[in-house]
Design a protein around this ligand. Structure first.
Ligand SMILES: [Zn+2]
Ligand SMILES: [Zn+2]
Length: 146
């Protein structure tokens, strides 16, 4: 099967870390590429069925994290969810359901993003902190839980 652009980018990064993109890891990257937000190892396992064992999902996510291919998202309930790093997917923010815990990606339009950057800069100035990045997280109830 033809390699997607995403797989090529991931493979190049992993090679820099002397890590091979095995078939199982490729499947995992594809699942993360299709996800609409950060997913836990258990979420990914239920999506992939027996294609990739849970233990190897945990191991691969940790390898991916070390190589900067995925970013962790920590929930207040102690669940760690992973998503492809922003250099692969683009800058975005998160909606977090306080009831079921689902985390959904959202991109905001350029006008709002510019306003948000200005707010972040101003907060930084007020506390003598030089922001390099930001992530907005909105807590609430998802469509299913409303
Ligand atoms: Zn929910
Ligand atoms: Zn995200």
């Amino acid at each position: 099967m033809a390699q997607t652009n995403l797989e090529r980018q991931v493979e190049t990064r992993l090679r820099e870390h002397e890590i091979r993109l095995t078939e199982g890891r490729r499947t995992l990257i594809q699942a993360l590429g299709k996800a609409d937000g950060p997913k836990s190892a258990a979420d990914l396992h239920s999506r992939l069925g027996d294609q990739v064992p849970l233990s190897s999902i945990y191991r691969s996510l940790s390898v991916f994290e070390d190589a900067g291919v995925v970013s962790p998202h920590y929930s207040t309930k102690g669940v760690t969810r992973y998503e492809l790093a922003e250099w692969l997917t683009g800058h975005h923010h998160h909606l977090v359901c306080v009831n079921c815990g689902v985390v959904e990606d959202i991109e905001i339009d350029d006008r709002l993003e510019t306003q948000l950057e200005a707010i972040v800069e101003e907060i930084g100035r007020d506390v003598s902190f030089a922001p390099v990045d930001h992530a907005l997280e909105i807590d609430g109830n998802c469509r299913q839980c409303q």
